[in-house]
Design a protein around this ligand. Sequence first.
Ligand code: XMP
Length: 513
Amino acid sequence: SILIVDFGSQVTQLIARRVREAGVYSEIAPFNAADAAFDRLKPRGIILSGGPASVTAEGSPRAPQRFFEAGIPILGICYGQQVMCEQLGGKVVGGQGEGEFGRAFIDIEGQSALFDGLWGAGGRHQVWMSHGDKVATLPEGFAPVAVSEGAPYAVTSDEARRFFGIQFHPEVVHTPDGGKLIANFVRHVCGLAGDWTMAEFRSAKIAEIREQVGDKRVICGLSGGVDSAVAAVLIHEAIGDQLTCVFVNHGLMRSGEAEQVVSLFRNSYNIPLVHVDAEALFLGGLAGVTDPEAKRKFIGKTFIDVFDEEARKIGGADFLAQGTLYPDVIESVSFTGGPSVTIKSHHNVGGLPERMNMKLVEPLRELFKDEVRDLGRELGLPDAFVGRHPFPGPGLAIRIPGEVTKERCDILRKADAIYLEEIRNAGLYDAIWQAFAVLLPVKTVGVMGDGRTYDSVCALRAVTSTDGMTADIYPFDAAFLSRVATRIVNEVQGINRVTYDYTSKPPGTIEWE
Ligand code: XMP
């Protein structure tokens, strides 16, 4: 296995993902818990992640020094490269506003086992950079192997000790050969076999769930989406009827969604399911609330309240199961005390009130969406269900900027259904990561027949993505968009104007709130 030492980068889990894609098992440990993880795992290689700190700052994180004496290969990425060089006697200097951010090119100047079969001397390759500091003096035994415009040591290595430092980020998709580079490290350099699969993930998780839960009872919150459904099916496979699913219908679902979920669980899987109609509770609490974080926190908290109550009704449960994915964790990570910055409080993480008296079972916590889909297929869930676009826990509430009311939810549901129907008819559903309508708190003037209208604006969003962390807009042709706009304005009372959102992520997020 590989031990990934986390220095707090936003993309550390992408490293784990690339290692999984290479067919190798890895675990991530925060830098201050890496010692224990090392002793437990006995890894064949170590990857040091990037991070937001500066090696030059007093008290900034370090890797356990003994890792460099363990005789196993080490790959340092960005901060990981800098910290390795510093700890081995080299020198890092702070960039005075002269870092590299975004696309960059490196020129290969030397040989490295890291590049075997991939890159050769003289080659020029696109990479993705994000650094202010850089290595200025190499430790003994190290030699430069690649340079970029802003980093004389874009790649350096001590081939004898098998230590590799790279300034760019091989784990992100904007470094086109990055996945292969990481695969080279874990397989070629560390000599790991590359035979780990999703089937093994399934059986490992099942064992882990049994171990964690014992003979206790688990209650699982179904949201209607793929994630919680996959989590529930996996947990059911592990512990059978110790699991009860609770589907809280918060009234913020898309059209027809609640019925589908209930039928899938009750009829196809025979998983015990309690269906709670809590629309009035949620919409009542959302009255007058317009701040996005306030909405998210209220919905998250109310979810937990309802679970608590249901758990009591069914005679108590010790564990709460959730389909939390990695992007939910990372983007809410300051809640768990980690070093990254909170962008949004995702309801399945950020809304958990301290007083909640159940422990969490989150078997998908390290996976990305497409991996969850693979796992879902592995578990036999229908393709049409597994392939559904992601839907956020807080539902339509975060697609209605401003106040959320039943009336506005109904308007949005109609527009959204038309949009998705047209996308399906055009055969585009699977090419799009996520498509949805947003109902804006803005009214504009229009003319229909001979009359003046004064109604709401609807925005359409569609993005492509592989993990939800970054996204690009889907480039519909104009005829498609105007067909959808015409249908929505004609068929949905309350909307008289339709716009298309052209913002990528970053700088936008996928959801509007
Ligand atoms: P953003 O809007 O942060 O969304 O770019 C990234 C992905 O996460 C989904 N999302 C959520 N999923 N609970 C969830 O389970 C949430 O609170 C939540 N908020 C956003 C979003 O739909 C997109 O797929």
